[in-house]
Design a protein around this ligand. Sequence first.
Ligand code: AKG
Ligand code: FE2
Length: 276
Amino acid sequence: MASTKVKIPTIDFCNLELKPNTPQWESTKVQVFEALQEFGCFEAIYDKVPNEIREGMFDNLKEVFDFPLSKLIEYREKPFHIYDGKIPSIPLYGSVSSADLVLPNSVETFANTFWSDGNPNFSNVAKSYFKQLMELYEMVTKMVLESLGLKNYIDEILSSNFFVSRFTNYKVIKGEGENKSKLPPHTDSGYLTIIKQNQNGLQVLYKNGEWIELNNTSPNSYIVLSANDFMAWTNNSLTSAEHRVVPTRDKDRLSIQLFSIPHPDYTVKDPKRISG
Ligand SMILES: O=C(O)CCC(=O)C(=O)O
Ligand SMILES: [Fe+2]
């Protein structure tokens, strides 16, 4: 059962004055660092993604998971595109992932696979959605490095990653039970993951052994999780959040994830150790 006792911090990123070296930046930075140390995650209130963009993402994604399986398989046949589904232990889970933000025209490749007219609306909406979330990623990364006294490494870390986006559907079939789409506990690879869910279900494991429900359904709310490579890079200063998904409602749950992952040729090491 998820606990109601411990609460994941909610951090406000809406302030227009939120720029490095301002008092707002300094106080937000403290909250970000403490949350990632203690919980490995927080809820960001971030208003830079217009409502119609975010809603457009979910509307388009509903259609993707209604396409026949053959489309999903066709999608998987393209380089750097992954479809996970029909997993025997969680048959109602399905996701499509793409290294879409590094490969030119990759959003269009995605759209062309699923929609015969290439769905220009999807491409526009997706580019805008991820652009704004990459800015949130950049702010959080800078705040962590400044908190660690590693300001000089900000450019290095920001240029060491690529982004992967994943769209996930947790199908609910009446009478089938939640276990068929439940995502088992895990930590993510990469630096940070930013998640938007259309209904709750994401839970994070706190150090006292309790699973805490992440509330992320208000329009401007996004979950930021720190992942394994950031924990390693910071020499365990941050926690890599162990999380799982337990869909509880009686309609399909959709979520969108943005993962930032170090390039395969980048060596993830605590910079203090690199410099001796
Ligand atoms: O669906 C979610 O909210 C999270 C999914 C997740 O943890 C993952 O794909 O790694
Ligand atoms: Fe995950």
